[in-house]
Design a protein. Structure first.
Ligand SMILES: [Zn+2]
Length: 544
């Protein structure tokens, strides 16, 4: 017997005509594809026929969804997706943060008090959700109904941990040494034996032997959207051309072995995560009763591959061709095991990515400023300030593409007015051809409109963390980078624009073009389970 009541009617809301439902799903699945830019599904529709037809056209598709913070990186992005709050509220403003009190940069989820489970020896960093200041989707579900279950899974620790939140039964992530999923004693539930046996080196023995081969159906010749497979600005773990095999691995991260590195750097890593998620559903009987369960998944190989080869590489096209198949298999499994009527799935991402400047011909501002040049420019500015204020020591404690941390103690010791110094510093930074703005918190903290991205900087600001002077580099530029690869982390639309699709047979397919924010995802998903968190978070329920 169907035990759900669906009140399907059209509510005229600020985002247009949205079908409103009162759904109580047995399982909520939130999938984040790390670095999946908002334009990708439309762009790769030939390579992604399942996702394009079934989700993009068959779901409630918010095509104009953006993160509303400036530092568009993985930790802050996933914490935002899970909590419905801005980084300035949930406290995870970046992957690594400069801690002002200690003057040290540390991993934003570092927690030395935890112990790893599942492996005897593990060189992974000790991490937990302790520093996340807000509750996750799974936390709210479990606070309402303690018999509900919440699990999280990803290759990356920060993605899994921050999506899982505080009350998850368990969050799992990948250890590149044992090639299995691991977890910690932060979670109360016993560590299950089956996890230790679920190893990538065994499950992917034949793929590891053959390597990652280019899908033969991908048209690589005379395709204006694609760069050459061996473009000089591609680089990373492998030699930058197909096939990507164990032999073509050029560098292995500390604590990983070659097989672990292979999984991190090929689509198979994300397929492994989805297969692991399937096992989690089966072993823990997720979605099997009236207590709504939550499963969050982040597919991190997408990001690792994107950083190395860029959004216009044949590797990225090949990745999304394969992802289409992986998601088809996963959703078919959900339909069979949970039942199409019993779950709701959301697809989104933690951030986008900038094209390789060498490939981008849109503007002459698309420049790559390598770290050596950046360091020289910063040295020049520091010299000029030393001269201006009659100092012999450096006026900088730290500097990077993110900005500059001035040596305030030195300024005080020499009775230099810090405001005069900061004005002189900002003026010099803004003269660099690749810098648009240089901000101190006073410039954006009271901002009520988003002129020059000030509100997004405010939304990424936490007084405990970050350099005092922050940089907004010119659009499409890559600053303080090595000679190859690309990244994200700016308030520009290529970094903020992500997909957001709600998929359930009870949600009418529709494309919504009105602008919405990623902080709206958690309250909207929880609204489907009759939990109203809108007064506790920065986002809103889009279906109300
Ligand atoms: Zn990411």
């Amino acid at each position: 017997m169907k035990k759900y009541l669906f009140l399907l009617f059209i509510a005229i809301t600020s985002v247009g005509a949205i079908p409103k439902t009162s759904v109580t799903p047995k399982l909520i699945v939130l999938i984040s594809v790390d670095q999946m830019r908002g334009d990708y599904i439309e762009r790769f529709k030939s390579q992604m026929p399942f996702v394009y037809q079934e989700l993009y056209n068959g779901g409630l598709n918010y095509v104009n969804t953006h993160h509303f913070h400036a530092k568009t990186t993985t930790a802050g992005g996933h914490a935002t997706l899970a909590t419905g709050c801005l980084p300035s509220t949930h406290g995870i403003v970046d992957n690594n943060v400069y801690v002002r009190a200690t003057r040290k940069t540390e991993y934003s989820i570092l927690d030395t008090s935890i112990s790893f489970l599942g492996v005897d020896r593990c060189s992974l960093q000790k991490v937990s959700a302790a520093k996340l200041q807000k509750s996750s989707i799974g936390d709210y579900i479990k606070m309402k109904d303690p018999l509900s279950k919440s699990y999280s899974v990803a290759l990356k620790d920060r993605s899994s941990i921050l999506m899982g939140g505080h009350l998850a039964n368990r969050a799992y992530w990948f250890d590149g040494q044992s090639t299995q999923m691991v977890s910690t004693n932060y979670y109360a539930e016993p560590f299950p034996e089956w996890v230790t046996a679920f190893r990538a080196d065994q499950l992917y023995a034949s793929e590891i032997e053959t390597g990652w081969l280019l899908n033969s159906s991908i048209p690589t010749v005379h395709n204006p959207l694609l760069d050459h497979d061996s473009a000089t600005y591609e680089c990373g773990t492998f030699q930058p051309w197909f096939p990507h095999t164990l032999k073509s691995i050029e560098s292995v991260k500390e604590g990983e072995n070659k097989i672990g590195t292979f999984m991190w750097n090929t689509p198979y890593g994300d397929e492994f995560v989805l297969k692991f998620a399937e096992q989690l559903i089966i072993k823990n009987q997720l979605g099997s009763d009236e207590h709504t369960d939550v499963l969050t998944i982040s597919l991190s190989a997408a990001d690792v591959i994107g950083h190395q080869f860029g959004p216009n590489s044949v590797e990225i096209v090949d990745y999304y061709t394969r992802l289409d198949h992986y998601l088809k298999v996963f959703i078919t499994m959900l339909n069979q095991k949970i039942g199409k009527d019993n779950y709701v799935l959301a697809l989104t991402a933690d951030h986008g990515v900038v094209p390789m400047p060498e490939f981008s011909s849109l503007t002459d501002k698309a420049v790559r400023v390598e770290s050596e040049q950046f360091d020289n420019d910063m040295l020049g500015i520091d010299q000029s300030l030393k001269q201006l204020f009659n100092l012999t020591e450096s006026t900088f404690l730290e500097k990077s593409y993110e900005g500059v941390e001035p040596n305030f103690e030195l300024l005080t010791a020499h009775h230099i007015d810090s405001f005069i110094y900061l004005d002189a510093l900002k003026e010099r930074l803004k003269k660099l051809s690749y810098v648009d703005q240089a901000y101190t918190p006073e410039d954006f903290i009271h901002s009520t409109n988003n002129e020059n991205y000030k509100q997004q900087f405010k939304n990424s600001y936490d007084p405990r963390f970050g350099y005092y002077v922050q940089l907004l580099c010119t659009p499409l530029s890559l600053v303080d980078m090595r000679s190859c690869g690309t990244t994200h982390g700016t308030p520009y639309s290529y970094d903020t624009h992500v997909p957001f699709i709600l998929y359930s047979p009870f949600i009418k397919p529709m494309k919504v073009k009105t602008s919405v924010k990623t902080i709206d995802i958690a309250p909207t998903l929880l609204g489907l389970a009759d939990i109203d968190i809108t007064k506790k978070v920065d986002g809103r329920n889009l279906l109300r």
